[in-house]
Design a protein around this ligand. Structure first.
Ligand SMILES: C[S@@+](CC[C@H](N)C(=O)[O-])C[C@H]1O[C@@H](n2cnc3c(N)ncnc32)[C@H](O)[C@@H]1O
Length: 472
């Protein structure tokens, strides 16, 4: 059997089907190619399954696995259980409510900028996650568009929503909530006096927002909340061990300046790429509302989220002393995370030359998602309760990454210690996150960006391997 035939058989076996002729409508040559792509997909799926199962993949230290690790492993805690993101996303919900006036203005301006309102308005939420927040955003858009149509008497408009997140996201949880959501919206419609709400359609869109997601000039409004501080990967040099960030899991007060610079550059690269990609997908007159967990001061080491995660690093050090975590694993664990200042994001938008900043808003949010008080001295329900609340939301966000690197068995203890450390911190100082909201519109007369159209892999390694496979 020749090499090509052997590969065909393998492809069928990996797919668990050695009887189907497969792709009867393709020429022999194209069929060969399809099988190779299938084979490649199966290999990648296998790597991803190993990662999800917490196994150390064979390509353990290669840049390929690490660059794709965020995409394959990162997701909020799915389902509806006590530790799920769905039950622990009040912090992020507050941000969506806070930005509602800006969202309404953006929708109004998008509608006004179109001489004839399109029959279908396309709206994409990037990093929608799996909790009720995804549908909260959807309902806000539907109601705002309905109000506009009522006030200005436009022809009926339909809205197509795309809910995007990484493939590991529990999209099914969102889909299962849809029946109830449609009922609530129907009630809302009849309370408004009959058929007043626009027709809407909701589709899931798995994939990284650091790649192309949608066709050129097809989207009227992009929204993303509490996502863009997540980078596409941990800086390469840190992954490869050229630099170390001992005792930390992201930037901390004593992180070496060289490591801070690596994270800054990673964020800048990712955010600039995000802007380029979206500039191609937006229709002229389209807008983006981006809510990013940022920081108040210039020095990245003073970021409020980093202060919180320094306490998590401290809790991990406690487990290390008890011999519950291996030092090597801990030293190699860094989060792909950077909270920018408003100056940094504004400078990146300006440098890209693709968007105009229409509005910027900064607001603060207490660490404890259940503390709504403006009081900057005392936490509402007491420091202990606040510590536990903060631990729950942190766990819902980071659990998948922690399990992948450190294993499941340390988690309960880790978050008990972390809650205690947070409580002690809040007793000393009530700390708040700084949240940046940017409203951007496509710049007229911009130089069109030319990023590859296909959902191409970010890492050149994958391309190189694909070329080798198709030359067999
Ligand atoms: C803290 S959650 C916020 C979710 C939601 N927007 C909300 O307000 O509740 C961040 C989300 O961003 C997603 N995310 C992170 N990086 C991403 C990427 N490159 N592409 C798509 N989604 C991403 C995560 O999977 C996660 O669901």
């Amino acid at each position: 059997m020749g090499a090509k035939a052997a590969i065909q058989v393998n492809a069928y076996q990996i797919l668990g089907d050695n009887s189907r002729p497969g792709f009867p409508f393709l020429s022999h040559q194209k069929r060969q190619k399809s099988h190779l792509i299938f084979l490649k997909l199966s290999q990648r799926r296998h790597e991803a399954t190993e990662l999800l199962a917490g196994h150390q993949p064979k390509l353990q230290r290669s840049t390929h696995v690490h660059a794709t690790e965020v995409e394959h492993v990162f997701h909020m805690k799915g389902g509806n259980g006590e530790t799920s993101y769905a039950k622990n996303s009040r912090l992020q919900r507050k941000a969506i409510l806070e930005t509602k006036p800006l969202l309404e203005m953006a929708i109004a301006e998008v509608c006004m900028s179109m001489t004839a309102l399109p029959r279908t308005m396309v709206v994409a939420d990037l990093g929608c996650s799996c909790g009720p927040n995804a549908l909260l955003f959807v309902s806000e858009v539907i109601c705002t568009v309905a109000d506009r149509l009522k006030t200005f008497g436009h022809n009926p408009v339909e809205i197509q929503f795309f809910l995007n997140d990484l493939p590991g996201n529990d999209f099914n949880h969102v889909f299962r909530s849809l029946a109830e959501f449609h009922m609530c919206m129907a009630e809302e419609g009849s309370a408004e006096g009959g058929d007043q709400l626009p027709a809407y359609y909701i589709a899931g869109l798995p994939g990284s927002f650091y790649r192309r997601l949608l066709p050129c000039r097809s989207v009227h409004l992009f929204h993303s909340s509490y996502c863009l501080m997540w980078c596409s990967q941990v800086p390469e040099e840190l992954l490869e061990g050229k630099y170390v960030n001992e005792g930390k899991i992201c930037i901390g007060a004593t992180t070496p300046p060289a490591v801070v610079k690596l994270y800054q550059e990673q964020f800048h690269r990712d955010f600039s790429r995000f802007l380029e990609l979206r500039s191609m997908e937006l229709v002229p007159g389209g807008q983006m509302v981006l809510t990013i967990l940022g920081r108040k001061h210039r020095d990245p080491r003073t970021g409020e989220l980093f202060t919180l995660y320094a306490l998590l690093a401290q809790a991990l050090q406690c487990l290390l002393l008890e011999g519950r975590v291996e030092k090597e694993k801990l030293d190699g664990f860094n989060l792909p995370l950077y909270t920018p200042s408003v100056e940094e994001v504004a400078a990146a938008v300006e440098a890209g030359g693709l968007f105009d900043v229409r509005r910027v808003q900064l607001f603060q949010s207490n660490w404890d998602p259940h503390d709504d008080s403006e009081d900057s001295n005392a936490v509402t329900g007491g420091a202990r309760e606040s510590g536990e609340n903060v631990a729950r939301v942190t766990r819902a966000v980071l659990e998948a990454l922690l399990v992948q690197h450190l294993g499941e068995c340390v988690l309960d203890e880790l978050f008990v210690v972390f809650a205690r450390l947070v409580a002690a911190h809040l007793e000393e100082e009530k700390t708040k996150f700084t949240v940046i909201v940017l409203v951007l519109s496509l710049r007229e007369g911009r130089k069109e960006a030319s990023v590859p159209r296909a959902p191409a892999s970010v890492d050149g390694h994958a391309h190189a391997k694909m070329r080798v496979a198709s030359e067999v």
